[in-house]
Structure formats: structure tokens, C-alpha cells
Design a binder for this molecule. Sequence first.
Ligand code: BES
Ligand code: ZN
Ligand code: ZN
Length: 476
Amino acid sequence: MISLKNTSPASRIIVIDANHLTDSQLLSANIQQNLKNKVAKDLKVLTSIDENGNEIIIAPFFTNQEKDEHTNTEAVRSLGNLVFKLVSDAQLKEISIQSELSKELTYAFVEGLALSNYKFDKYKSKATTLIDKIFVSTENFTEDAVKTLNRIIKSVFYARNIVNEPLSTLKAKEISESAKAIAEETGIHYKELGIDAIRSLKMGGVLGVNQGSELDPTFTVLEWKPENAINKKPIVLVGKGVVYDTGGYSIKVGDGMMAMKCDMGGAAAVFGSTYLAALEKLPQHIITLVPAVENRINEKAFVPGDVLTISDGTTVEVLNTDAEGRLILADALVYAQQFDPEFVFDFATLTGAAMRAIGTGGAAYMGTASDEIKKIALEAANSTHERIAELPLWDDYAEQLKSEVADLSNLGGPLAGASTAGKFLQHFTKYPWLHFDIAAPAFLSSASSYRPVGGTGSGVRFMLEFFKSYIAHVKK
Ligand code: BES
Ligand code: ZN
Ligand code: ZN
């Protein structure tokens, strides 16, 4: 928990502007002199003893004039992560931050530190020591900034937690219930379409993929509609909710299945960002859709060669049961149409190809939304460092999705797998739309700065920034 406080008995963290070390008001001339030779241009945290004989942690930050603003902001978040490591090694439970950086950079520092203060340890007999209280001096911060940061942390950790929860504890029913809990907390309207509704809507993608499961699929609908909403048509978010992806009969081999509890990372991203939008009381009408299934095997499971009928009547020949995400997303994208959306964003851990194309440092995206929306998205991605890179969605890719027996096949060729998956989705969109393939950034096999091993909550901070800039853009 982050709060405002000027003085406190907690351990002191002093963030200084290393470009102007000798101007520092927080460090004595003595300490400044001592530090002079020790601060280097690379990120590093130092310790010293203050006038009262207490240990202080000093985080010197060099603004790199040659780099852009976003690069510097991200470097400060990483500095926050370095301080976190030192503080957590020392098992300090309460820290107090004083900073000589700008408000924006201080915010990023605290953000990086607080995002690091996470561990999915509920199944460990011995819990990890984390920081209980982070105090920030009032000169750098406002009450509003503290509130927003706490909400960001809460919703990002919510998203990380549901990704990290294994199949045994998070199935289609549970993911919907987790959404119900955030809805009840915030005043979001929650609805779950159960199996009967899914059947009567003829969601053949959702039903087909889930056939190999003992349990029913779910389809969750969240609606955040504040009275002061500035958009007449809703923004619709769609998230892939494959609670586990074995690949089905096109089973994953080797280590391919290891991380597949993460295959509802899209659902986590859209639930998390709707949660955050509601906590922040954004004047934005948002509808969030999550189809949730298990892709696994029993004697009823779908098999390659099967033909499924999506809810709009499109027939799909399943050439690979491991390309299941697009099948359930198709039903959700069709369902979105009834809301006459302003635009639709979908988030999905959709393809290994997106991961190979750009790595874990960002998401691949593509779609038909206006250049204006793409521009706002790109800026939001850079400023939160939840970066996105556009891949093509050329008409040529549709050729690869032709089937001999059905309207579409669910498998493209050996190349451009992220784009052919996107092309498949596009078939079901009759509105401006963007698709974010977060297969890589949603789940990490080792920690990277303030992004922990496992679920990262990827997409949540990005969407908050997107919503805020979009609101500012509309009001203009
Ligand atoms: N869930 C996977 C994609 C994935 C891979 C997510 C790695 C996270 C990490 C998806 O359902 C899948 O299996 N995609 C296949 C598609 C292929 C069969 C066309 C893939 O990418 O190999
Ligand atoms: Zn798959
Ligand atoms: Zn999948």
C-alpha cells in the first residue's frame, strides 16, 4: 500500500537527480562528496549513513538527454525495481521515499518499485517477505497520484494472480466468478451466459473447443456504464479465456504445454483493465466479453477435420485443435456486434508466431481501427512501456485460410502465423477493431525488471493510459 507522508520512522529511500548531484537538498555536502566517484551512468543503488546515524538508501538517476522521454521513464521504473530488490533482501517492511526528480519521474519510480512488490506465493508454506507500506513524501506526490497508483497495483496484481492460478483452481467457472467479485466491488454490471445461453446462441467455437472438458464453458459479460459516459457507443473489449491449452488432439509436445495455464492472459488483461477503469471511475462506457473454455482431451473432444459453426453461421474446418483461441474469439467478436461498438479491442495469448516475431518485450497488434486510434494506442503503449508493434493484415493472408470443405479453415500456412490468426479474427468483425496478441508478454519464464516470473498483468496499464488519452482526445 502506497500512502503520502512527510516524515516517518520507516527506512529512507532518497532518489536524487544525479545530473545535479551537488544541488541536492536531501544529501549533506559530505555524502555528496562521497557519492561523487560512486555514481556512474548505469543504474545503481547505494547505501550511506545520514546525519542521525541511520542507514539510507540512495537511488541516483541520470536523465539521459540523448534518449527520449519514454526511455528515461522506463529507466526510472527499473531503478525502482533495483531499490525493491535491495529493500526486500534487507527484509524492510516499511519504506519512505523522498525524491528530487520531477513528479512524473517520481511516479514512475514508485510505480516500478510497487509493481516489483509481488510474489505469487499462496501455495508456498512460507510466504515471501514483501514491503507492507510505501510512504511517499508529499512534495513529489498528490493524493490523486497515490490513489491511481494503488488502483493500478491492485488491478495489475488481480490480472497476474488469475494468470498464475493453475487449472486445478481456476477453470471456466472460477474465472467468471473472479470477474463477478471485481464487478461487485466496483459497481460494474456482471452477467454470465451459462451453457444454455451459449447453446441457444449457437456458439459453435466455444462449444467445440470445450468439448473435451468435463465442465461447461462460460461466457462473461461485464458492463461499466457510468452516468457521465462520454461515448454514445460502447467500447468493447474481448479476452481469450482458455483456462488451459493442452493443444487438444493436436497436442502440445515437449515443453510446449508448460506455461499453458497462461492462456487466459487475454481475459486477465480485459478484466483487469475494466476493473481499473471502474476503480478510476472513468467516464467511458465499456463492455467486456470473455469466453472461457478448457482445450483438452477426452473421448468427446473435437478433432482435426471437424467442422464447427460459429454463431454468425460461418463454418470452420478445424485443421489443428491447437489453433483454438481464434475459434472462441470468433463467437465473442460476433457477440460484440449487437452493441454497435465504437470499436473493439481483443487481447489474446494467440500465437507462438507473435512471440517469435517480437519477443517478450511487447505485443504484436493489427486491425482495422482508424489511424487516430492506432496512434493513441501506440503512445499509450510507449508511455507505459507495454509496447506494441504493428504487423500487417494484408488481404493475401485470407488465401491461406481457405478450406475445401468449409467457409474457413482455422490454420494458416507455415509463415506469418500471427497475421493469419488476425486475418481469421477479422472475418468476424464488422466494426473498427484492433487485435493484441500478448502471447509473449503475458507470461514470463524469468523475471524482467518489475515484471515478475509468471503472469505479468500485461495490457492493464496500457489500457488505462489508452482510455485516459482517448477521453482527452474525444473531449477536444
Ligand atoms: N495458446 C497458444 C499460443 C501461445 C504460445 C501462447 C506460446 C503463449 C505462449 C495457441 O493456442 C496456439 O497453440 N497457437 C498455435 C497456433 C498454430 C497451431 C496455428 C501456435 O502458435 O503454435
Ligand atoms: Zn492452442
Ligand atoms: Zn491457446
